[in-house]
Write a protein that binds this ligand. Structure first.
Ligand code: DSN
Length: 423
């Protein structure tokens, strides 16, 4: 077979891009070489529909061992008693949960996308908003913190079947206990999607969603630093409240219903090469090295937020408890789109992001979201965060000064190329 030089040239080009730039997209990270090795392995050749020990294809003995290890390691990492490691992504994990626990037309209550929520929490352009009836809570305009009065009011008024907590752009910790009290009051199931902060949660740096939420989903590639993918977990399995029975007439357990939500509900064959890579990432996340890493992620984010505030930037909610922050640029007279483009020219990669109560469209947006998980994997520490903020500020204060931005890009390239992608 002829080598596909075109694609490998492009991969090399992307490698240089990653190496030469400052990666601040809060949902990205750099994985270890062994995670990449497993993800690029011959496991991709295997079909394994079903679950370990219960497959629809022969020859699954080895992948059964791999998938079982992934499940066991994930359970250990989060103190879960049940897990499914097959979702191809966080969106797929949420789709599987919703398919399993609610019916088309049922009401759901999630965090408003425009305030930092996620598409799969009920956005009208997503399956979750098309198949189900979405209602939302947001943050308070003044504080940028969860608007509890709105959560309670919406829950009591609409009596949703499912309440979702978790976000894509919220820098504070979540009070899962309070959400559970509200869910219990209205008879809703509670799902936490902790895709962003799951690495911090796993190592006890943030509240534990599994203590109060019926079901927890997360991606595996953000702070958890694994391959791209998703998982679903529970700490306490329970009999389904919908009256679904086994062939023997017993109420089915939620674990079995959630497993069916993944396969055959929303997915076909699991990606065993990715599951192998997930297993490695979970073991890494249990290590002392990862503990040092994730503590540094949090410290770096706090330093970055403080330095930005010192320079006159408005951080939504006034700071961060996790790895990310949402910067409102309205006071700087620059849109999120302009900031993203100008920073991009300097090889500082961020994403424009709507801020709560934004008066711009999502394509323009008034803010940017930044996170520290990726650069911390490259070995960046507090002083490096201060230098990054200085660069961000220089670019944002000079968005149309091409010469200045080119000089910053050159400086950044010389600086960051000394750091490997994964330290
Ligand atoms: N795209 C992810 C993020 O950036 O948060 C969520 O799906």
């Amino acid at each position: 077979m002829q080598r596909d030089y075109k694609i490998f040239e492009l991969i090399a080009k992307e490698n240089s891009r990653q190496l030469q730039g400052i990666e601040l997209i809060a949902s990205e990270n750099f994985v270890s070489p062994q995670v990449m090795e497993a993800a690029g392995s011959i496991l991709t050749n295997k079909y394994a529909e079903g679950l370990p020990g219960k497959r629809y294809y022969g020859g699954c003995e080895v992948v059964d061992e791999i998938e079982t290890l992934a499940i066991e390691r994930l359970k250990q990492l989060f103190g879960a008693t049940w897990a499914n490691v097959q979702p191809h992504s966080g969106a797929q994990a949420n789709a599987a949960v919703m398919l399993a626990v609610i019916q088309p037309g049922d009401k759901i209550l999630g965090f408003n996308l425009a305030h930092g929520g996620h598409l799969t929490h009920g956005s009208p352009v997503n399956f979750s908003g098309k198949i189900y009836r979405p209602y939302f809570y947001g943050v308070e305009e003044e504080t940028g913190l969860i608007n509890w009065a709105q959560v309670e009011e919406q829950a009591l008024k609409e009596k949703p079947k499912l309440i979702i907590c978790g976000a894509s752009a919220y820098s504070r910790d979540w009070d899962y206990k309070r959400f559970r009290e509200i869910a219990d009051e209205v008879g809703a199931l509670l799902l936490a999607d902790v895709s962003h902060p799951s690495g911090l949660i796993a190592r006890g740096l943030l509240n534990d969603p599994l203590e109060y939420c019926h079901i927890v989903t997360t991606t595996t590639h953000k702070t958890l630093r694994g391959p791209r993918g998703g998982v679903i977990m529970m700490r306490d399995d329970f009999e389904n409240p919908f009256g679904l029975t086994t062939p023997k007439g017993k109420l089915r357990m939620m674990s079995s219903i959630l497993d069916s939500g993944v396969f055959p509900g929303t997915q076909g064959g699991p990606l065993e090469h990715v599951i192998g890579a997930k297993a490695i990432a979970f073991e890494e996340a249990l290590s002392d090295d990862y503990m040092t890493y994730i503590m540094q992620v949090k410290k770096n984010a706090a330093v970055m937020a403080n330095k930005l505030i010192e320079k006159g930037y408005h951080i939504i909610s006034g700071g961060t408890d996790n790895h990310l922050m949402l910067i409102d640029l309205r006071s700087k007279g620059v849109s999120g789109k302009e900031a993203e483009a100008a920073l991009g020219k300097a090889e500082i990669t961020v994403n424009k992001n709507m801020v709560p109560f934004d008066n711009q469209s999502p394509f323009i947006a008034s803010g940017i979201r930044v996170g520290t998980a990726a650069m911390t994997s490259r070995g960046f520490e507090e002083t490096d965060m201060i230098r990054i903020v200085d660069y961000i500020d220089e670019v944002i204060s000079n968005t149309s000064n091409e010469q200045k931005i080119a000089a910053i890009k050159a400086e950044i390239k010389t600086w960051v190329c000394d750091y490997p992608l994964f330290k």
